[in-house]
Design a protein around this ligand. Structure first.
Ligand code: NAD
Length: 491
């Protein structure tokens, strides 16, 4: 337990106890409480949003020149770096990821603020070609109050990914972190305050999604929602947004195919496949959870992946040697176990895993062994539905045409991986596979300068990239008349 005290939340520039129920954030590696807090209630939601709207109109944040807001964002990046280690440790406790991963997430959050500060300072509006006696321009304005709703799997990074561009654009931001991982968003609010973001511009409202997230989305003063989470929740938010005519971006689920061709560098491919599905315990939207291997090398390749999966170090997230930590909650582990049972009932064979690992310190946490299932088709439910855990379905393929047909046969289209030394084939497959991101001879690499998002049930809109700031702005066209005479019609 970090502290017995109830942790305050951040409502409209004030640190105070939420008006909702008290709850605990548990360390997934032991089940022990690491923080107690009171969730936000509906009155907190309304107050945070009304006062965010006031701060947007009166604090001067939106009116600051780009380089002035950029300077504040640079300070946020620096403060995150100054506190990198304690933040990484807190993130480890909040969601149970191994310390090496949480350090990378913290570094990524700092990098995101730095990138959007630079992007903001160098962002250009356009003068469009004139078609009459006027000068035409396209400019962008901040929206007002926008909301960032995030899941529990990579809190500080996904919160920074929304907060940085939304603040860069000059908005006020209501952050709604996942109920089970509230701590990093609160830390980011504290850091923004210390960096000079005006009071009321950032609020953090932990609580139940169906109550707090829903109320934020429906609030008339909220002008945009940036959501990352499950597809069902994303669709719910999209319905509300349609009624409000409100833009949304939705980063949703995935069931990403990884394709290993005969000519692949197998050492690299084995590593990439393992990392793609088992890092973050598979709790990753872009997890490469469907593996297609050329039939000629299938047995050799899957044997190597299975041996390497067995050897993964599952355990204490505090250890730098640990490769896989626990799952987020006991309930989530049960849902993964049900999926594996379903895969077996559909005719699948467990090549490795399919159990809770035993060993020192593993009994209390929500650990699950890296699992590989074989003997299933791409149409099995476990090949089609997102498990969001360390479960890989391996399938052989015979030719490129059936490979692409199967890879694309999914409601999801978030990411894909291709392993081949033949760049022409990799190019052909890379263009044919339907996915928001395609990795060729690598997997699960990210760059904040490159847009990210999904097709179909994997989402709408893109985050990251220089243009990411415009996602949080309204576009406006301006015509400056240069006529010497009155408009002819009026005459
Ligand atoms: P979730 O959809 O249950 O919750 C995500 C967030 O939405 C949480 O903050 C939750 O409290 C809130 N929420 C829940 N119901 C809501 C409602 N009715 N209205 C408004 N907000 C609501 O998802 P999760 O279980 O936290 O996260 C796992 C999912 O997130 C997986 O499907 C995963 O693929 C997806 N994900 C996607 C990406 C991406 O970038 N595409 C990244 C990470 C996770």
């Amino acid at each position: 337990m970090i502290s017995n005290e109830l942790l305050p939340i951040h409502v409209a520039g004030e640190w105070r106890l939420g008006g909702g129920d008290a709850y605990e954030s548990l360390y997934p590696a032991t089940g022990e409480p690491i923080a107690r807090l009171k969730a936000a209630n509906l009155a907190d939601v309304d107050e945070a949003i009304v006062r965010a709207d006031l701060a947007f109109r009166t604090s001067g944040w939106a009116q600051k020149l780009p380089h002035e807001r950029a300077a504040v964002l640079h300070r946020v990046a620096q403060l995150i770096r100054d506190e990198a280690e304690p933040l990484a440790q807190k993130q480890r406790l909040d969601n149970g990821k191994p310390i090496n991963e949480t350090r990378a997430l913290v570094a990524s959050a700092a990098g995101t603020f730095q990138f959007f500060a630079a992007a903001l300072e160098t962002l250009e509006e356009t003068i469009t070609p004139s078609r009459g006696p006027f000068v035409t321009m396209s400019v962008h304005e901040p929206m007002g109050v926008v909301a960032a709703i995030t899941p529990w799997n990579s809190p500080i990074a996904s919160e920074a990914q929304k907060l940085a561009p939304a603040l860069a654009a000059g908005n006020a931001v209501i952050v709604k972190p996942a109920e089970v991982t509230p701590l990093m968003a609160l830390e980011l609010a504290r850091i923004c305050e210390a960096a000079g973001v005006p009071k009321g511009i950032v609020s953090v409202l932990p609580g139940k999604g169906s109550v707090i997230g829903d109320a934020i989305t429906r609030h008339p003063l909220v002008k945009r929602v940036s959501f990352t989470g499950g597809t069902a929740t994303g669709k719910h938010i999209a319905h509300i947004a349609a009624d409000k005519m409100m833009p949304v971006s939705l980063e949703l689920g995935g069931k990403s195919p990884t394709m290993v061709l005969e000519d692949a560098d197998l050492d690299h491919a084995v590593n990439g496949v393992l990392y793609g599905i088992f890092s973050s315990s598979g709790e990753s939207c872009i997890a490469g959870s469907r593996l297609f291997v050329a039939r000629r090398i299938y047995d050799e390749f899957v044997t190597r992946v299975a041996e390497a999966a067995k050897a993964l170090r599952v355990g204490d997230p505090a250890s730098e040697r640990t490769q896989m930590g626990p799952l987020i909650t006991a309930k989530h582990r049960e849902s993964i176990e049900r999926y594996v049972e379903l895969g077996v009932s559909e005719g699948g064979q467990i090549r490795t895993g399919g159990v809770r690992p035993h060993g020192e310190g593993l009994e209390r946490g929500y650990f699950y062994a890296p699992t590989i299932l074989e003997g299933l088709t791409n149409s099995a439910r476990i090949s089609q539905e997102e498990v969001f855990g360390p479960v890989l379905v391996a399938m052989p393929f015979d030719d490129e045409e059936t490979l692409i047909a199967q890879a694309n046969d999914s409601v999801y289209a978030l990411a894909a991986g291709i392993w081949s030394r033949d760049f022409k084939r990799a190019w052909r497959l890379g263009r044919a596979v339907q996915a928001g991101t395609v990795w060729v001879n690598t997997y699960k690499q990210f760059s904040v300068s490159t847009p990210f998002g999904g097709w179909r049930d994997s989402g709408l809109g893109r985050e990251k990239g220089r243009e990411g700031i415009f996602q949080y702005m309204e576009q406006k066209s301006m015509y400056w008349g240069t006529n010497e005479q009155p408009l002819p019609w009026a005459n």
